[in-house]
Design a protein around this ligand. Structure first.
Ligand code: ACO
Length: 329
């Protein structure tokens, strides 16, 4: 007997900016090649927002689509939890702009920060609040305009990222469906391997700091890669055990879409087949907190997963943070 959830996904939605940046475009910006990017990351293109675009616009559109898909009205939404590290402003929370755009007057809205693991963290928080508070429906959004903090002269990082937003509506579970388990974890000892030091209180936006590009993303890619595979595999095994299912039972594994080689190494460790593994990193690049809800929505809309499917979500990101969840759709 597997566990049953208290809350399930009622609807999903996603959106990405129209503008596409191909590997051939990047060849004109930095010393790179389509061959290197495809071989090392699996990425072929990514969607990028215009300079100065608001994340709240992408998040609002993804949210609207998820609410429509759930067959609900905006007034039905009691809670908006938005995972991002690239919100519109330092404050107020981007979730509040989304609330205003939607006209979701009955919702409490706030952001959370757990980098690429953010969406699953947000799912866990929303599930917990739905269980403990008199709320019925939560909008859980993962969205990023990560290209706003990319150093376009650093070929080590600028080829990897894309922009977008994905959303789900959570509500009361029925028929043995729902979130069966979630495991989240972090280890701050590795914060120096992936960070942006320029958007906090330590490094003010002085002329010197801007010149030193202190406000751009920095990453030790090789180290992140190594930790990502180990931590995601461990997190997924914990979530599987908690849900009382095995990796063989999963219809689909949606892992954070950062790099095709990470996705394949993880699949090998978890002993899941190619058919059980969702890949869209080739078309979107690494969209951080948006990657899992974008993939989840695509997989549902493409009919790869449907009502009753058993799905594993797993992510890893700056912090380091990691998270995994098992859902019966
Ligand atoms: N084009 C051409 N050559 C490049 C490029 C590029 N775009 N980028 C790096 N290189 C070069 C390097 O300079 C290096 O050259 P050298 O040997 O002469 O010094 C060589 O290619 C190899 O570089 P590595 O960094 O060793 O390449 P690696 O195989 O590790 O791949 C990559 C790099 C793709 C970044 C990989 O390490 C990776 O994907 N890491 C994980 C990233 C990730 O998962 N992030 C998730 C979290 S993101 C978040 O939380 C916001």
């Amino acid at each position: 007997m597997t566990k049953t959830g208290q809350n399930m996904i009622l609807g999903t939605g996603h959106t990405v900016p129209d503008k596409i940046l191909t590997n051939a475009d990047l060849e004109k910006i930095v010393d790179t090649s389509d061959q290197w990017i495809v071989e090392r990351s699996g990425i072929r293109l990514r969607h990028i927002a215009e300079k100065g675009a608001a994340l709240s616009e992408l998040a609002t559109e993804a949210a609207r689509r998820a609410i429509d898909d759930a067959g609900l009205k905006v007034e039905d939404i009691d809670l908006i939890v938005l995972a991002t590290v690239t919100g519109d402003m330092k404050f107020p929370a981007t979730a509040c702009f989304v609330q205003e755009n939607l006209g979701a007057r009955n919702a409490a809205a706030f952001d959370i920060s757990a980098a690429c693991s953010g969406f699953i963290y947000a799912l866990q928080i929303a599930d917990g609040l739905l269980r403990s508070q008199p709320y019925r429906h939560a909008l859980v959004i993962g969205g990023e305009i990560l290209t706003s903090m990319v150093d376009w002269q650093d070929r080590n990082t600028c080829v990897l990222f894309g922009d977008g937003a994905g959303a789900v509506v959570l509500g009361p579970a029925r028929d043995g469906r729902g979130i069966l388990s979630t495991h989240i974890g972090s280890d701050g000892a590795y914060s120096h391997l992936l960070y942006n030091a320029g958007c906090g209180c330590i490094n003010m936006p002085t002329v010197e700091n801007v010149q030193e590009k202190i406000h751009t993303l920095r990453m030790e890619g090789k180290e992140v890669f190594r930790h990502a595979v180990v931590a995601m595999s461990r997190a997924m095994k914990k979530a599987l055990k908690e849900a009382d299912v095995s990796s063989e039972d999963l219809d689909l594994v949606i892992s954070h879409q950062a790099n095709l080689r990470i996705i394949e190494a993880l699949a090998k460790r978890l002993k899941v087949t190619e058919k059980q593994t969702y890949v869209n990193v080739d078309r979107f690049g690494n969209t951080s907190a948006a990657s899992i809800p974008i993939a989840l929505d695509e997989a549902r809309k493409n009919g790869i997963i449907k009502e009753g499917s058993l799905v594993g979500l797993v992510a890893f990101g700056a912090g380091f943070t990691w998270a995994a969840s098992i859902l019966r759709l």
